[in-house]
Write a protein that binds this ligand. Structure first.
Ligand SMILES: Cc1cc2nc3c(=O)[nH]c(=O)nc-3n(C[C@H](O)[C@H](O)[C@H](O)COP(=O)(O)OP(=O)(O)OC[C@H]3O[C@@H](n4cnc5c(N)ncnc54)[C@H](O)[C@@H]3O)c2cc1C
Length: 426
């Protein structure tokens, strides 16, 4: 499931230049070894280094190679599930804690961007667009619920006429606008956290794949050219875990999701399709999500698959979804298209935990990881330092493994996903 080939990505083409980091080529020891250089691992490395831990981060490719460098860039509010569902799953008190932690995740990202002067095109606003009239009512109801139950005043209903004026499409029937949510250039955000972590003292090795981990105190993390001996280990591999640890693999399911970037549209045309430069996420089960880039392209995410391979014609694959919303863009060239792999859980809430006393993991953000994975890194750092209260709010969310475990989970997922995406089309 690891796609290491060339990535035809707008984000790579516009990445802030950074010096490459060396591969590990000898044996070393440290306090904490982090496996994976996405938001989870980079944020953990930053917060651990700031707290005085000697931290090593190992990344198989380059920092931001995974979902963190390829995603839709939407920094959303709350959890991936609505708060009412979260309440049923964990009770009112923990649901409130999870809401507050989600709020903290947004503020953490904004604060990191400001503190470390990360140049990543941060802009406010996510518009949730209803693809069916009944869904529009749901968005209005949920906005009111958040206002009355969670004191969240940054979301307001948007009626059908206003939505159509804001988005230049008749595909939607209303929805809601969240002005404290935001969007950003995801790869530059990841690179910025990486630079801050290195600045704080973390030793980062790229091109260094972990082949195995021998549990123990200390643990041994084996790569092809060197071994790291560490008092603590953090798994931060999310959808790219592969078969590194079978205990983790059955807890999440990797799925692929795809994005394109059009040619620059020019200011007038860009404004016609997204008037206020907000990000958009619609209510389909296989969500369409889109926004404008800093240079006025439409960045459109649509379509997913559940196979080890990406579709062969990625541009055509995502363009099909884009033209359903914006048929008027049929004359526009597609300059880039790429895909990424994310991990979902059965309950669509993140999966945090530990093995023994010194191995931590956080993954399965289910498409809601920009803020949540960044926060996860911070909460793991707190737990390593001895204060696990906030980490444990996530760790005690009841989780179920995918039926079939690490090996046989695919068929059931593919059937389930096919059913729901069929409903999108009806
Ligand atoms: C197309 C797409 C769109 C998305 N859109 C959004 C969005 O708009 N908003 C949102 O909130 N979330 C979104 N997500 C989800 C979000 O991107 C992820 O939840 C988040 O980036 C996860 O970060 P991570 O650090 O846990 O994992 P990743 O960023 O995937 O990083 C894992 C890293 O681990 C490395 N690795 C794996 N195995 C090894 C090994 N053995 N040795 C060394 N390194 C290893 C990989 O190379 C990879 O770099 C999207 C995801 C995708 C794919």
């Amino acid at each position: 499931m690891i796609h290491a080939g060339p990535v035809d990505s707008y984000y790579q083409a516009t990445a802030n230049p950074l010096p490459p980091r060396p591969a590990l080529d000898h044996d070393i020891s440290c306090d904490v070894c982090v496996i994976g250089g996405g938001y989870t691992g980079l944020s953990a490395a930053l917060h651990l280094s700031e707290a005085g831990f000697d931290t090593v981060l190992l990344e198989a490719h380059e920092i931001g190679f995974g979902a963190s460098g390829r995603n839709g860039g939407q920094l959303g509010s709350g959890q991936r599930r609505e708060q009412g569902d979260v309440e049923k799953l964990v009770g009112r008190d923990d649901a409130r804690r999870l809401w507050d932690l989600a709020e903290e995740s947004k503020q953490l990202c904004k604060a990191l961007i400001e503190r470390h002067r990360i140049d990543c095109d941060l802009k406010p606003g996510i518009l949730h667009a209803a693809h069916k009239p009944a869904m529009a009512g749901e968005f209005v109801r949920y906005a009111e619920y958040l206002r009355s139950q969670y004191d969240y005043a940054h979301v307001r209903p948007v009626d059908c006429n206003e939505m159509r004026a804001m988005l230049g499409t008749e595909a939607y029937y209303g929805g809601s606008l969240d002005t404290d949510a935001a969007h950003l250039h995801p790869l530059n955000f990841a690179l910025g956290i990486g630079a801050a972590a290195a600045q704080a003292g973390a030793r980062i090795f790229e091109g260094t794949r972990v082949l195995s981990v021998a549990d123990g105190t200390p643990a041994s993390i084996v790569t092809d050219k060197g071994t790291v001996t560490a008092r603590h280990v953090i798994y931060a591999c999310n959808g790219y875990l592969g078969d590194l640890d079978k205990r983790l693999a059955g807890r999440v399911m990797p799925i692929n999701n795809f994005v394109l970037a059009t040619e620059p549209l020019g200011p007038a045309r860009a404004k016609e399709i997204i008037r206020d430069d907000v990000a958009v996420a619609d209510s389909k089960f296989v969500i369409n999500y889109y926004r404008l880039s800093a240079d006025g392209r439409l960045l459109f995410g649509g379509g997913e698959n559940y196979s080890p391979n990406f579709p062969s014609d990625l541009r055509g694959f995502v363009r099909h979804y884009m033209l359903k919303i914006y048929p008027q863009l049929s004359d526009v060239a597609i300059d880039y298209a790429w895909g990424g792999t994310l991990a979902i859980t059965l309950n669509r809430l993140p999966d945090f935990g530990r093995f023994g006393r010194n191995l931590y993991f956080a993954h399965g953000y289910s498409g809601h990881g920009v803020g949540m994975a960044t926060l996860a890194g911070k909460l793991i750092a707190e737990a390593v330092a001895g204060t696990a209260e906030r980490f444990d709010v996530f760790a005690r969310i009841p989780t179920r493994r995918f039926p079939g475990g690490a090996l046989l989970r695919w068929p059931a997922l593919v059937l389930g996903m096919a059913y729901y995406s069929l409903r999108d089309r009806l």
